[in-house]
Design a protein around this ligand. Structure first.
Ligand SMILES: Cc1cc2nc3c(=O)[nH]c(=O)nc-3n(C[C@H](O)[C@H](O)[C@H](O)COP(=O)(O)OP(=O)(O)OC[C@H]3O[C@@H](n4cnc5c(N)ncnc54)[C@H](O)[C@@H]3O)c2cc1C
Length: 387
């Protein structure tokens, strides 16, 4: 065994999954989280089969299946007419094709289930309410009482652990902002489907909606250009932000405009990406999740990638001949995978936000593709097995 004790900075999806994956391979994990309690940040989350397959192996899937929704399809629709353009079947089809489910759920549900599993794991300890300001073994040991062999930076897009890695990536504002809000089923407009994840497409903007069983309503995310509010995960939009948003949906179907105009509690997330760079220091520190590769949510894969990272890191730690070799192997495998996922996200960004005549071409091409052929395009992503 290359590592006996790991310290994981951050108890988001990356940190909690890594703690479970490492401990199942016999590595003790001290998870340190700055928040005094694990509160829900954001609203909904799509979990694709590449992520749920791992959650199944970690033994937490039954608790999620109990409360989530498995939509029948991922649909693309016009933001102007609301008519469906194309769809990828998921639901039962996802279980058959990719051997794992596609679920939509509240982020809080996933975090609660993961943190309960970590708390129940004898090799893991969760230290809430401690911010780590220097990623070195002595600083960590002062909090946990254990000197770690390995420090894992799972501390998100504003990672502090990155500072201890030469040539680490840098965060960069994408000039896009995601507005998110929820709406109860009783007052939801009739174009929101309880059976699908739907992406409504328009020039330079799109909206994603899906049902959230836990709240008896829908999660809505609208993505368009926006103003950078600074280092924050989420903020309440002011009147100016809201007007900037509404201006970008000019010409959309009146039911969409009514929905956006009527929101009272919309929050916005500035969308930051993390550039390319080193993810490990060749000795004892490594980055996972958004700390390493925060990406735009156009492929809905950020959390899925964080989950894959934790699983892959555990695999590398248990199979490589030394800790530096394990970190190098992890970085190499994950960088190749992340590059491909980023490419898919960039393609979606381009295709979703097309303007003018290109938009009509896109709709025509997509509408001619059979659903199973669109599903086949996702085999490399959703059918992925870490090795
Ligand atoms: C609008 C939007 C929609 C999205 N939808 C999807 C989706 O449908 N599917 C999907 O897979 N992904 C989605 N994502 C991406 C996904 O939310 C992120 O990729 C994922 O949450 C990253 O998890 P993480 O654990 O790496 O980071 P985080 O969730 O940011 O967790 C980092 C943790 O570290 C803690 N921390 C930070 N600094 C310190 C410190 N110094 N000391 C101690 N603790 C610290 C923080 O408090 C936090 O708890 C979406 C993102 C956005 C913006």
């Amino acid at each position: 065994m290359n590592v006996e004790n790991a310290a994981i900075i951050g108890a988001g999806m990356a940190g909690l999954t890594a703690a479970l994956a490492l401990s199942r391979r016999g590595i003790s994990c001290q998870v340190i989280e700055q928040a005094p309690y694990l509160a829900e940040v954001g609203a909904g989350l799509q979990l694709s089969p590449n992520a749920t397959r791992i959650l199944g192996r970690l033994g937490v899937l039954p608790q999620l299946e109990h409360v989530w929704t498995e939509p029948d399809m991922i649909a693309l629709a016009s933001g102007r007419t609301l008519g469906r353009i194309a769809h990828v079947p998921v639901g039962r089809s996802a279980r058959e094709r990719w051997r794992a489910p596609y679920g939509v759920l509240h982020r809080g549900t996933l975090q609660t289930v993961l943190s309960a599993a970590v708390s129940a794991e004898p090799l893991c300890s969760l230290h809430l309410g401690h911010r780590i300001d220097r990623a070195d073994p002595a600083t960590v040991a002062a909090v946990t009482g254990v000197t770690p062999d390995l420090i894992i930076g799972a501390d998100g897009v504003w990672s502090m652990v990155r500072e201890s890695i030469t040539n680490a990536p840098e965060p960069d504002f994408s000039r896009n902002v995601a507005w998110r809000f929820t709406i109860a089923s009783e007052v939801a407009p009739d174009f929101l489907s309880p059976y699908s994840v739907t992406a409504f497409l328009g020039p330079s903007a799109h909206i994603v909606s899906y049902p959230l069983r836990e709240i008896g309503g829908y999660n809505i995310v609208a993505i368009a250009s926006g103003v950078d509010p600074g280092h924050t995960w989420e903020a309440h939009g002011d009147t100016r932000q809201k007007q900037i948003l509404l201006d970008q949906f000019h010409g959309w179907h009146p039911k969409v405009i009514d929905l956006l105009r009527g929101t009272q509690d919309a929050k916005f997330w500035p969308l930051y990406q993390v550039s390319n760079g080193a993810w490990q220091n060749g000795r004892n520190t490594v980055l996972i999740g958004d700390a390493a590769h925060a990406m735009m949510p156009f492929a809905a894969q950020g959390a899925a990638m964080a989950i894959e990272d934790g699983w892959q890191l555990a695999l590398c730690l248990s199979s490589a001949t030394s800790l530096p070799a394990a970190l190098a192997a992890y970085e190499s495998v994950r960088k190749a995978r992340i590059a491909r996922v980023r490419q898919r996200g960039s393609f979606n960004r381009f295709a979703y936000h097309l303007r003018g005549p290109l938009r009509f071409g896109r709709d025509l091409v997509l509408s001619l593709r059979p659903p199973q052929s669109l599903a086949a395009d996702m085999d490399w992503l959703y059918g992925y097995e870490a090795s």
